[in-house]
Each structure stands twice: as C-alpha cells, then as structure tokens.
Design a protein around this ligand. Structure first.
Ligand SMILES: Cc1cc2nc3c(=O)[nH]c(=O)nc-3n(C[C@H](O)[C@H](O)[C@H](O)COP(=O)(O)O)c2cc1C
Length: 204
C-alpha cells in the first residue's frame, strides 16, 4: 500500500496492519512473522518470547502459532488467556500491538490438520526429553538421535504429536504505530462484539 492510503486514514491504517500480518505468514524474511508474545505468569510477572506466526484469519481476527504443550507459555495462557503480541517492521518503521485472548489447542482437529502439513524434521522439535525449560547437566538440543532423514519413527511421531499444540489468538485490540520522519501516526482499533469496531487516532 502507498503511504497516502493510510497516513491520515484510519481504515487504511487497519488495512495496512492486516496486510502486514497476512504477508508475514508466507514470507519467511518478514520481521512481522516473528512477533514477541507476552503472557502473564502466575507470579504476576510479564513473560515475553519470540514466536513464529503460522496462520491468520482476518474475518475472525485470529492468528495461530505452534508450540510444545509442555512449555511455560501454555500453562500461563491456560491460566490467563489475555496476552499481547508485538510485531515490528523496521523499514518503514511500523509497530503492531495485538491485545488478544488465547486458546490452546491440543490433540484436536486443529492440531491434527497442522500436524498433517508439518515436515518430518519440524516434527522432531516436539521430541525433547525431558520437558522444554528443564535444567540439563550438559549442553543439548534435548532430542533423541535423529536418523539421517530427520524423520521421526512411528513411535516417535506419536510422542511428538502428543506434545504439539496450536495456540489460536483472537485479537480484540490492535494498536498501530507508524514512525516516518514527516510526523508520527498512532491508531487504536478495538472490537467489543463480533462486528463492533471502534477506531481512534491516538497521540503517538
Ligand atoms: C526466531 C524464533 C522463533 C521462535 N518460534 C517459536 C514458536 O513458534 N513457538 C515456540 O513455542 N517457541 C518459539 N521460539 C522459542 C521461544 O522464543 C521460547 O524460547 C520457547 O518457546 C520457551 O518459551 P516459554 O518457556 O516461555 O514457553 C522461537 C524463538 C526464536 C528465536
């Protein structure tokens, strides 16, 4: 999109935000593809980490990531589904803050479909033993010795799938920040119901 289409146009800024997210799904070079996911731990402290966007559904305002069900983020999001994803594109400088509610999918139709599409080497990432985040006496990637093709055996595949989770985020607030030299722009889009969108310019 040309800057004129969103610089002073709320609807254009929202459109630009969705396009950034949609393009990031298939573009492995897009920095927007690896946002920081911030959840809240049971001690009340914020916890952030980088994740890869794997899917988007603009109509339902949903994003997807893949993770290990044993990871700390899963327990945190199950206890407190309210979270934020922050994505940053450096050139031109644009930031998206996505206030969301998270649902962890495990061993259901959504994980089944994602697993069917996943290449063997990627499946091996869900074979770590012991659980991700455990202390280890030695430096290790935590996975069993993988064969030359990096394809899990049938037994390994079953174990790996039992660790696989798909987190679906439903965005309820999208904050867009754009920082060109000629003057900054900031806008907030909030959805209360399915279709009730509130759009505001904010002071950057
Ligand atoms: C570039 C990059 C991409 C990553 N993508 C994911 C991802 O899609 N899912 C995931 O669970 N962890 C991903 N990680 C690892 C997380 O940042 C984090 O270290 C790990 O998930 C443990 O987080 P937790 O203990 O808070 O759950 C990625 C890390 C980097 C550096």
């Amino acid at each position: 999109m040309h800057e004129n289409e969103f610089y002073d146009d709320l609807a254009g800024a929202l459109e630009q935000s969705w396009r950034l997210l949609e393009e990031a799904i298939d573009d492995t070079t897009s920095p927007v593809r690896t946002p920081v996911l911030i959840s809240v731990a049971t001690d009340g402290l914020a916890q952030g980490r980088t994740v890869v966007l794997r899917g988007i559904n603009r109509q339902q305002r949903q994003l997807q990531i893949y993770t290990d069900v044993r990871s700390a983020k899963v327990a945190q999001l199950r206890a407190q589904p309210a979270c934020t994803l922050v994505a940053y594109q450096p050139n031109p400088m644009m930031q998206l803050r996505l206030g969301s509610g998270a649902i962890v999918n495990h061993n259901n139709a959504i994980t089944h479909q994602a697993w069917a599409m996943m290449p063997g080497p990627n499946r091996c990432n869900y074979l770590t033993h012991p659980d991700p985040g455990s202390i280890s006496v030695q430096a290790t990637d935590g996975r069993p010795a993988i064969n030359a093709e990096s394809v899990p055996t049938n037994d390994e595949n079953e174990i790996a799938y039992s660790h696989f989770a798909v987190i679906v985020f439903t965005i309820n607030q999208l904050e867009w920040l754009y920082l060109p030299r000629r003057g900054h722009r900031r806008a907030r889009f909030s959805w209360n119901g399915v279709d009730s969108l509130k759009s505001d310019w904010l002071i950057p």
